[in-house]
Design a protein. Structure first.
Lengths: 188, 304
């Protein structure tokens, strides 16, 4: 508990420095968080260039809205939320959030996951998903939102959110299986 | 929330994922940061300059305002004085000025002459305005004794002479002096009531005999004939005396009911009053009955 508080204290000091417009703090903040934030943006947008644009815009927005941070909770969590929201807004502006509401009963395989897959391969699998699937999967599986929250955020029904998640899971599962087969073939 | 294996796999695999932005992105970010800094600096500079300019304008504005206010007050003072003084109108040209000077000199001479000649009942050499000499003429007393210089005589036999009119400033000063004297006189007259007595008067009057009305100034000084307490006591006595017989009777009855003894003076006065009435008349009969009732009540109370 003490460690968490001390971590937040460090974050808050950085946030205060950003609030005061300290140029060094702004650069330090970018250097510290740009890698993580770009990964988040790429998970949602599937295009690196687009993700970089959104990330820079989000950073500028953070600098402008730093006064709204209440210094309660994690500063990094607050920054992540802004990144996610900016990515979603970008998707909406590009009309990439037209979700396929056709429901399918997909039987998920109960095989164990292969831990040998590199992080970038995992990211590539998500980025290959259609926008609707990808968005719902990111929000539900990685960010931890509920279907109700996702439905409210994206302006869809909870049923749609669930169906999108199921399809995303099925596709990802098949991709993992294919990847395992390829690895096995290489070893054989 | 039930997370299946796929969810857990991707969540754990991407939790610490970092993707380094390209150098181009870093450059864009730095450029935006510089732009933001200059914009912020410009705003700060603008605010600084604006506040400095506003301060200067405020100081000048206040100075101008107070300067104008002082000027206005001076103008107002001059205007009010000039309105009250009734100053003579300025003359339009030099000849008029000289004429007026001559006229004043002639009037002065006339007044001297008239003072001398009035005792001898002679004609006074007074010059009317129409006969004012030209500026270059001599105004010696001999020249004024000419026929044309004689004053006009009215039908009533009074010579019309011009008096020296005091100027506006003199009039204003005289007026102010008169008012001041009057105010001092009034203050002296009212001093007794306003300062020493506090405007307190005691009037003791009688409804039956208005001629008995007396006015007292209480506690004026050591020689004062009456104090406020004494005056109040006097007023109470008068009030008691002015009460009717019936009121007194009811007052005594009320006193008796409360166990007090009847007032001896009152019974004597009642008996004295009843003596004035004869028993034959209506009033005498009523008084007699009332006396009997009173005695009956008195007996009852004394027995109890």
């Amino acid at each position: 508990m003490t460690k968490v508080v001390s971590l937040f204290v460090e974050e808050y000091e950085l946030a205060r420095a950003i609030k005061q417009g300290d140029q060094k703090a702004l650069k330090f903040f970018y250097e510290k968080y740009s890698g993580k934030m770009l990964a988040i943006c790429m998970r949602y947008l599937s295009d690196r260039m687009l993700a970089e644009d959104v990330m820079i815009e989000a950073f500028m927005k953070i600098f402008d809205k730093i006064g709204q941070f209440s210094f309660q909770g994690s500063f990094e969590g607050w920054v992540k939320r802004i990144m996610v929201n900016e990515s979603l807004m970008k998707l909406r502006s590009m009309k990439m959030l037209e979700l396929d509401i056709e429901s399918q009963n997909i039987q998920l395989p109960s095989t164990s996951m292969n831990d040998s897959l590199a992080e970038k391969e995992i990211l590539a699998m998500i980025m290959d998903l259609p926008a609707g699937y990808r968005t719902v999967f990111n929000l539900y599986a990685i960010e931890g939102f509920s279907h109700a929250e996702i439905a409210e955020k994206l302006g869809i029904s909870e049923g749609t959110s669930k169906s999108q998640l199921s399809r995303a899971r099925a596709i990802l599962q098949s991709r993992i299986n294919e990847s395992e087969k390829g690895i096995k073939q290489n070893f054989d | 929330m039930n997370k299946n294996n796929v969810d857990r796999f991707f969540a754990s695999g991407l939790s610490n994922l970092e993707v380094s932005p390209s150098s181009n992105t870093d450059a864009r970010f730095n450029a935006l940061l510089e732009k933001r800094k200059s914009g912020r600096g410009a705003i700060i500079n603008f605010v600084r300059y604006f506040s400095a300019a506003a301060s200067v304008i405020f100081v000048f504005g206040m100075g101008f305002y107070f300067h104008q206010a002082n000027n206005n007050s001076k103008t107002l003072n001059v205007a009010s004085v000039s309105d009250n003084l009734n100053l003579p109108k300025p003359l339009e040209n030099e000849s008029e000025v000289l004429n007026s000077i001559k006229e004043e000199q002639i009037i002065a001479l006339n007044s001297k002459q008239s003072f001398v000649d009035n005792s001898a009942n002679k004609k006074l050499p007074v010059i009317s305005k129409g006969n004012v000499l030209s500026p270059h003429n001599d105004i010696s007393p001999e020249s004024l004794k000419t026929e044309s210089a004689l004053p006009a005589k009215k039908a009533s036999g009074v010579y019309e002479t011009d008096e020296q009119i005091p100027d506006g400033l003199t009039l204003a000063l005289q007026n102010a002096e008169t008012k001041r004297n009057q105010r001092i006189r009034e203050d002296k007259e009212d001093r007794l009531f306003r300062k020493d007595v506090g405007e307190t008067l005691i009037v003791i009057s009688s409804e039956k005999n208005p001629n008995e009305e007396r006015i007292h100034l209480p506690e004026l000084n050591e020689d004062s004939p009456i104090t406020l307490t004494e005056a109040r006591a006097l007023g109470e006595i008068k009030k008691e005396n002015n009460k009717g017989v019936l009121a007194k009777v009811f007052y005594q009855i009320r006193s008796l009911k409360h166990g007090e003894k009847p007032d001896r003076d009152f019974s004597e006065s009642v008996s004295r009053n009843t003596l004035h009435f004869s028993d034959d008349g209506f009033i005498g009969n009523e008084a007699k009955e009332m006396k009997e009732r009173f005695n009956w009540i008195k007996d009852k109370i004394s027995k109890n």
